[in-house]
Design a binder for this molecule. Structure first.
Ligand code: ADP
Length: 364
């Protein structure tokens, strides 16, 4: 019995010591706060990562680690998680600031420690430095972007080769001075249309390749849609016999968007609808709002989009048109996503397609 009594405290001591050793030698940041959020203890990994001395942090509220990226909303959710008696913890990604001002992305997990009566007596936090893994993600994204550029370069070369070839031939014919006046006129016309095609292709690529940095301003979506439709309707080649019906919700208030870029989105979708109908049928354009969204919808009575093709159409370079680049919808999708919006596509075969673009709209 005597030996048993002597062993028990020893075991407890060993357990405590090894726990403390684990705390001290962990490579991840650990710190413990009392119930008033004053730091009681930090481990060496904490001091190494943030660049402080121990005496500079003990007794302080950990909010001195906050960076400009930390929002009040984030901290509200953090406290809600930790103080929730069932959940009792919060885990998430935040950006902290080291003593030298360096920003450190962290995966942080904070657990509330409670006594036997369930009262919160402190908080234990474990943080993992995500700098390495985020830069790995960036590198992967960059190599994906490079692959995309390679694919794009191949398509650009393919798209440009034909019109460029025609331009060179036309220029040579004009230079040889062997053409009649009538032939000259035809060659000049060809030169103009092929040069225009070249410039359209390049403009399309640029619109897609340029990452949309948004210039947000309050914009009247109804006015924007009306303007785009006016331009489309003035293009006889595009419209021909198509009927156009417009129904704009008068209750829409101006909402934040990059008007140039959204204009491009409306244009790309309207042009697709008109091309799909090939000069006949009916184009219906509506605007409206739903809780949290403002939207516009472009419906056509063209051939629609088959189920097999539907998942492909927003991808870059996908086209079913002889003269298409497959960048119109990819560009539209990129712009809409940059606004926090979505493009929805509905299509019934032989009964046309409807594209709905929803943009976030915080009322009030
Ligand atoms: P492009 O117009 O150069 O082909 P887009 O990205 O604008 O490139 O469109 C991709 C493809 O999506 C089109 O080639 C077409 O097959 C399909 N598509 C787009 N809009 C419609 C529509 N309104 N009706 C039927 N098909 C459509």
């Amino acid at each position: 019995m005597a030996t048993m009594k002597a062993q028990k405290p020893d075991l407890e001591r060993i357990r405590e010591m090894s726990l403390y050793e684990a705390f001290r030698s962990s490579n991840d940041v650990m710190f413990y706060c009392d119930q008033d959020s004053n730091i009681i203890e930090v481990n060496p990994a904490f001091l190494r990562l943030y660049g402080y001395r121990r005496e500079e942090v003990i007794g302080r509220n950990p909010r001195f680690l906050r960076s400009d990226h930390s929002t009040a909303e984030l901290y509200k959710r953090m406290w809600e998680g930790m103080l929730d008696p069932v959940r009792g913890f919060w885990r998430g990604q935040i950006i902290n600031k080291a003593k030298d001002g360096r920003e450190i992305p962290m995966l942080l997990s904070i657990t509330s420690i409670r006594d036997v009566d369930g009262r919160v007596v402190g908080f234990m936090a474990i943080g993992m430095d995500m700098t390495e893994s985020l830069s790995l993600k960036t590198r992967v994204a960059q190599s994906e972007a490079l692959a995309n550029i390679g694919e794009m370069a191949a398509v650009v070369a393919h798209e440009i080769r034909n019109p460029l070839g025609s331009v060179v031939i036309a220029a040579n014919q004009l230079a040889s001075d062997t053409l009649s006046a009538g032939e000259k006129g035809m060659v000049m016309k060809l030169l103009r249309s092929e040069s225009k095609r070249l410039s359209d292709v390049l403009a399309g690529f640029l619109a897609y390749a340029r990452p949309p940095s948004l210039r947000l301003a309050r914009v009247d979506l109804n006015a924007l849609v009306t303007e785009v439709l006016a331009i489309a309707q003035s293009n006889r080649e595009l419209i021909r016999h198509t009927r156009v019906s417009v129904s704009l919700n008068p209750g829409l208030r101006p909402c934040p968007m990059d008007s140039e870029q959204i204009r491009q989105v409306v244009w790309n979708i309207v042009v697709n609808a008109l091309q799909a109908m090939d000069g006949y049928g009916k184009l219906t354009v509506t605007t409206g709002r739903e809780p949290g969204w403002v939207f516009f919808r472009v419906r056509d009575t063209g051939p629609g989009i088959s189920e097999a093709v539907l998942p492909e159409i927003l991808k870059p370079f996908f086209t079913t048109k002889r003269q298409g680049t497959g960048l119109g919808l990819a560009t539209a999708d990129r712009i809409v996503k940059a606004h926090g919006g979505v493009i929805g596509v509905e299509s019934r075969p032989a009964d046309g397609a409807a594209f709905t673009v929803r943009l976030p709209w915080a009322e009030g």
